[in-house]
Design a protein around this ligand. Structure first.
Ligand SMILES: C[S@@+](CC[C@H](N)C(=O)[O-])C[C@H]1O[C@@H](n2cnc3c(N)ncnc32)[C@H](O)[C@@H]1O
Length: 286
């Protein structure tokens, strides 16, 4: 049985392993949601902002441009591989006011009352202890400072549900020790955050931790793929890669064909569109 700390390491290792792929395949699809989060965060010039679970730094770099030379942005992440890409991008961008630090969001090693804003794009949904993370975000905010973050809503889009159900039948029943550990870590992580996909539960939690004016805005995130095959390939190469490594490739070819066929009714002539529930949360440190 994995303890939460070890499970966090196992989950984060996966982000590290796929950092390059995250940057090349996911980041281009997420441009709209990055802009939306930054806009909702109402960042003032010359302010200090923390981006938790910054990944390859897309949000942090946008924030750096908004706060200007007199402001400061810190991006934190548990994974050095993600941060290396973020630092490379910041250097290329000439963003001297953005810095990146490796640390867990459940235990932010930064002083109390030190940021005007804290933001997180699809990162709190990856942590192992949601309440500890919200408590830490509040601690580092200055009084009156604002938290703004997002993640998926209560239900998965139909396309996710369809391929996930089909994939279940292809997963190995004789996993290696490594894959068993990854499965256990992923189950623990999803148990830790699952209930917070319900905006009402999260709002209650934000208020009980001491956030004022807590609000949830439910929206839809639209992701356009060239076709159903591109959608399935993204899942095969990113989300399920650890499972896929233990499935013989002829079987994966059969899976791909079956999944694309099952998704055909959801395809449009102009491509394949996924519309996912997304919730933006905000709260002020009272
Ligand atoms: C889905 S990615 C989002 C990255 C980035 N915010 C973006 O939207 O491009 C989640 C990020 O959270 C990081 N992460 C996961 N668990 C973490 C933890 N407990 N503490 C710090 N970072 C964590 C991962 O390494 C990964 O970079």
């Amino acid at each position: 049985m994995l303890d939460p700390e070890k499970a966090c390491l196992v989950n984060c290792e996966l982000f590290g392993k796929h950092a390059g792929l995250f940057e090349s395949a996911i980041v281009p699809l997420w441009q709209g949601v990055y802009d939306s989060l930054v806009q909702r965060a109402r960042i003032a010039e010359a302010s200090r902002v923390l981006d938790v679970g910054t990944g390859t730094g897309e949000v942090a770099l946008r924030l750096g441009r908004l706060v200007g030379r007199k402001g400061r942005v810190v991006g934190i992440d548990a994974q050095p591989e993600m941060l290396q890409i973020a630092m490379r991008k910041a250097k290329g961008d000439g963003s001297g006011n953005v810095e990146f630090k490796q640390m867990p969001m459940e235990e932010i090693k930064l002083p109390d009352d030190s940021f005007d804003s804290v933001v997180g794009n699809y990162s709190l949904c990856c942590c192992m202890d949601y309440e500890a993370t919200l408590t830490e975000c509040r601690r580092v905010l200055k009084p009156g400072g604002r938290l703004t973050y997002n993640h998926g809503g209560p239900s998965d889009p139909l396309a996710y549900q369809v391929i996930t159900r089909i994939f279940e039948d292809y997963k190995t029943t004789t996993p290696t020790k490594k894959l068993s550990e990854i499965r256990e870590a992923s189950a623990l992580q999803s148990e830790a955050v699952q209930k917070y996909r319900d905006p009402m539960v999260t709002l209650d939690t934000l208020r009980s931790i001491g956030y004022g004016e807590a609000e949830a805005t439910v929206t839809q995130r639209v992701i356009d793929y060239k076709d159903a095959g591109s959608f399935v390939d993204e899942w095969i190469s990113f989300d399920w890669s650890s499972e896929v490594e233990e499935i013989p490739s002829p079987e994966m070819k059969v899976f791909r064909k079956e999944a694309i066929e099952a998704l055909r009714p959801l395809s449009k002539v102009e491509g394949f569109r996924v519309e996912a529930d997304e919730v933006f949360f905000t709260g002020l440190k009272r």
